[in-house]
Design a binder for this molecule. Sequence first.
Ligand code: NAP
Length: 314
Amino acid sequence: MRYRRLGNSDLLVSEIALGSWLTYGVSVDRDRARACVRGAIAKGINFFDTANMYGKGAAETLLGELLAPYPRDSYLLSTKVYFPMSATDRGLSRAQIRKQIDASLARLRTDHVDLYQCHRYDEETPLEETMQAMTEVVDSGKARYIGFSQWKPSQIEAACAIDGVARFVSSSPQYSLLRRKPERRVFPLCRKLGVGQIVWSPLAQGVLSGKYSPVAPLPAGSRAGSKAARRHMKRLIEPQVLDAVERLRPIAAGLSLTLAQLALAWVLREDSVSSAIIGATSPGQIEENVGAVGVRLDRDTCDAIDAALDGVVS
Ligand SMILES: NC(=O)c1ccc[n+]([C@@H]2O[C@H](COP(=O)([O-])OP(=O)(O)OC[C@H]3O[C@@H](n4cnc5c(N)ncnc54)[C@H](OP(=O)(O)O)[C@@H]3O)[C@@H](O)[C@H]2O)c1
């Protein structure tokens, strides 16, 4: 495994992190989730990402249980706040942040997280209030650092211009071969501000592993094979996207890589990226995906990838 500094923080995060959206505590049972966490740690993954809303607390609860046997200073833990936890609990007000951090820490069985992220921007709370509340979380020792996910450049700039509050160290956008928008404005802005990228869905939810054939039915047991999870993948499993992914196959084979490894190596070629947060439903997926660490893609390969994906990149 290799490690990168997360923005201006002193956190050294593994280039591959393990997330828990739609998996642990939701679709992946306890024993399999335990095997994934154990496998991740064995491969040098030291960074685990979750959120209060994943399974309405179930992901944090299971992750807390599975990480409990490991020394707390041997791994880095990130969680998030914003999305509804009940009919009345949502957003980034001072009251919510105070309430949700305590609930997250209790589920995670720890007295602090290494990173506390604003899961989205809250249009209904003054930004100053949110930043002051996040600062309070840091000052009380409940989080070491703070970050945001999917904020617009103007929102990031406004937050970073507020005096006397904790500084953001991380940004968490969706970023993959198929989703490159953050390269345009978010990455350059964050570089200037000392904010690192911990990117999500680097495999486009599994699509970039090549597991979905343009001509065969969606495999049972896969994310797209589940009706509940498929609603997050509508655009990703359109035939023209799956056809384009098929065109990556010879490029990966020529480098003796799997498609998933090619996709992750491409994400990690970007200096702004501190860590690619993968999801995994089996230890085998983690083992395969970690094989992308240290792979360098040359200019010709990147050009061939771009040609293969022409028309399906956003
Ligand atoms: N900040 C945010 O708003 C936000 C949003 C979304 C996610 N996230 C974070 O990012 C994490 C990763 O997101 P993601 O789960 O969408 O990432 P992803 O790595 O793009 O997709 C993960 C899924 O792809 C399949 N997969 C992974 N490796 C594979 C392999 N080698 N071969 C075949 N299939 C493979 C697995 O699903 P199946 O086996 O079920 O097919 C796995 O659960 C989340 O867990 C969460 O922590 C953050």
